[in-house]
Design a protein around this ligand. Structure first.
Ligand code: ARG
Length: 412
């Protein structure tokens, strides 16, 4: 048998296989250059392998590092509404340094950042990759793309100020330009808004944004460049149009119905439903500057979204874990697990949504075409978390993770 060179050894008391929910006892993970090279039972380790620098997690249950598919690391949850006007992309990037660190410490070793102003997310990702600051592996969208007056536009000031969001586009050609621009400046994926939003001023969560032709142009352009597409959508018609246009995921999906579920099932579209954040918006939102009209919209969205989450789970469509951290406190990304179990998932399904299924939607692969993250297998990064006890019995163990490992090294 092949003997792999390894620079790290991690011992796991129990190892959760997220593909089938099996817990395997006493496993050894061999790591070389941040990636897993082999997993074998501890008793099969050679004398040489036992001498490799070791992280002993034999008292823990080990699972893949968690993935949050909907975050805004550059957003300050204390600065909603008009307070947003008082910061620049540079200021937001500086805020993001701390947000990235607490997110990683919470066990989220990968995040998909779905929109940031002035490419602050690209800079944050690069600073993490270059080892300047600590944070999760980031896949970033750059500028969120929307119509004039849409969810990503700046709708807070009157016409005299001529304030416009970075990603505004109003025709198939302009949409293509925005996609190309995002890719030029370092985005890994494309995010656009297919309906109004809760937190944007003067937008209607039920109203569609972009025509089908615009959405099709956006998806074609993104897919041509190998980028996946995430569509923000609360309302039915925008959701339907986005799925028809071929997006890879629907974010929020609040008002879904059976037709949407059937379409998503047929096309394999993922739903990323942020069912925790409503609690923050309705309890702390006013003090954080959220506008009264947004609070009113949230009261129409939050509860229905949870009920529809239950329907989506029952329908068996693809679902990935996304929280909208940034709207609420960074580092509390795991709070949504308990809600997902309360609203119909098994603990294993909830964990899969934040590991294997998230990674499959992310589609981030190594040179051999294997997933980089989301599972513990040779070829993947040695990103993992360890908890005392069994998260399949108590999902809320993930809210306070004692050991976080990124690239084979403990980071907390
Ligand atoms: N960013 C989203 C929006 O403004 C947040 C929605 C939060 N509410 C919810 N129930 N998921 O539309």
């Amino acid at each position: 048998s092949v003997v792999h060179a390894a620079d790290q050894l991690i011992l796991a008391g129990q190892l959760l296989d997220v593909q089938n929910g099996e817990l395997k006892r006493n496993q050894a993970i061999l790591v070389q250059d941040q990636r897993i090279v082999e997993i074998l039972p501890v008793r099969q380790l050679s004398t040489e392998q036992r001498a490799i620098p070791t992280l002993d997690l034999s008292g823990y249950t080990v699972l893949p590092g968690l993935i949050d598919m909907h975050v805004h690391l550059t957003s300050n949850p204390q600065q909603h509404g008009f307070r947003r006007l008082n910061s620049t992309p540079a200021r937001q990037a500086i805020f993001g340094v701390t947000a990235a660190e607490v997110t990683l410490q919470a066990g989220f070793t990968t995040v998909r950042n779905v929109g940031a102003a002035g490419f602050a997310d690209v800079d944050l990702r690069n600073a993490i990759d270059e080892g300047e600051i600590q944070g999760p592996r980031m896949r970033v969208a750059g500028h969120s793309i929307c119509i004039t007056g849409g969810h990503c536009d700046n709708n807070l000031l009157p016409h005299t100020y001529a304030a416009t969001g970075f990603g505004v586009a109003n025709s198939p050609d302009e949409v293509r330009t925005r996609v190309r621009e995002n890719m030029k400046y370092g985005a890994n994926l494309i995010k656009f808004t297919a309906t109004g939003g809760v937190l944007s001023r003067n937008t209607d969560v039920n109203a569609s944004q972009f025509s089908l032709a615009e959405m099709q142009a956006l998806v074609a352009e993104a897919h041509d460049r190998g980028a996946r597409v995430a569509a923000h959508a609360h309302g039915l018609h925008g959701m339907k149009r986005a799925i028809e246009a071929g997006v890879d995921s629907i974010e929020h999906a609040s008002f879904l119905n059976d037709e949407i579920l059937a379409m998503a099932a047929e096309r394999g579209t993922y739903l990323v439903m942020d069912i925790y954040v409503s609690d923050y918006i309705l309890s702390e939102g006013e003090a954080a500057g959220i506008l009264p009209e947004s609070l009113a919209k949230e009261r129409q969205v939050g509860q229905l979204q949870r009920e529809n989450f239950r329907r989506a789970v029952a329908a068996g469509v693809n679902m990935a874990y996304g929280t909208d951290a940034g709207v609420y406190t960074h580092g509390q990304n795991a709070r949504q697990f308990g809600y997902m179990v309360e609203w119909g998932m098994t603990p294993l399904q909830a964990i899969q949504s934040a590991t294997l299924h998230a990674a499959t939607l992310l589609n981030w692969r190594n040179e051999q075409g294997q997933l980089n993250v989301g599972l513990l297998e040779p070829g993947a990064y040695a990103d993992l978390v360890a908890v005392e006890g069994n998260p399949l019995q108590n999902i809320r163990l993930l809210e306070a993770i004692p050991v976080v490992v990124k690239g084979g090294k403990q980071v907390n």
